[in-house]
Design a binder for this molecule. Structure first.
Ligand SMILES: [Zn+2]
Length: 172
């Protein structure tokens, strides 16, 4: 999803589901099939989410959407609608903020958040397939889950070690 758009690249196969239509078209198709109108604010918010391709706060998304017609409440409402549709995934972070991320046929993944600088990195693993399958077998529907990882990133560790030479974190 970043700069490289060569679809023949062997590693790009992972995202093949999403390659038939551009992400915005796909998102609009999801809105349409749910019987929802495609309004200017909704398009602007979807574009902002697609651009970021990383969890973002309501305030960040609102900043991205420069249109005057789209106030914070509108962003909030649109995101709630998208979340209900499964078009957006909400991640909860340790300080209680929830961040929103676009969810278009993407492979399952998690995030690691640096407790010190707040940097968010994506981890492409699937941990819960078995659990979700088991829950569906038990009769649960619309199963979702929230898993986030927290740690201190290597950069922050380095900075801490530099500001406190006695710190034992990085010895070797
Ligand atoms: Zn950090």
């Amino acid at each position: 999803m970043i700069a490289s758009s060569q679809s023949n690249h062997p590693l790009s196969g992972v995202k093949d589901f999403g390659r038939t239509a551009n992400p915005l078209d796909q998102a609009c198709a999801r809105l349409r099939s749910a019987g929802l109108r495609i309004t200017q604010p909704r398009i602007a918010i979807l574009e902002a989410l697609i651009q970021r391709n990383n969890p973002a706060s309501i305030e960040q998304i609102h900043n991205d959407v420069t249109s005057d017609s789209c106030d914070l409440v509108t962003v909030y409402r649109c995101l709630a609608v998208f979340e209900e549709l499964g078009l957006v995934r909400r991640c909860f972070f340790h300080n209680g903020t929830s961040l929103y991320e676009i969810n278009l046929n993407d492979s399952p993944h998690y995030h690691i958040v640096c407790r010190s600088c707040g940097k968010v990195e994506r981890i492409d693993v699937s941990l819960t397939d078995g659990v979700e399958r088991m829950l569906r077998e038990r009769g649960y529907q619309q199963v979702t889950h929230m898993v986030e990882f927290f740690g201190v990133c290597p950069d922050c560790q380095k900075k801490m070690a530099e500001s406190n030479p006695l710190s034992p974190t990085i010895v070797r």
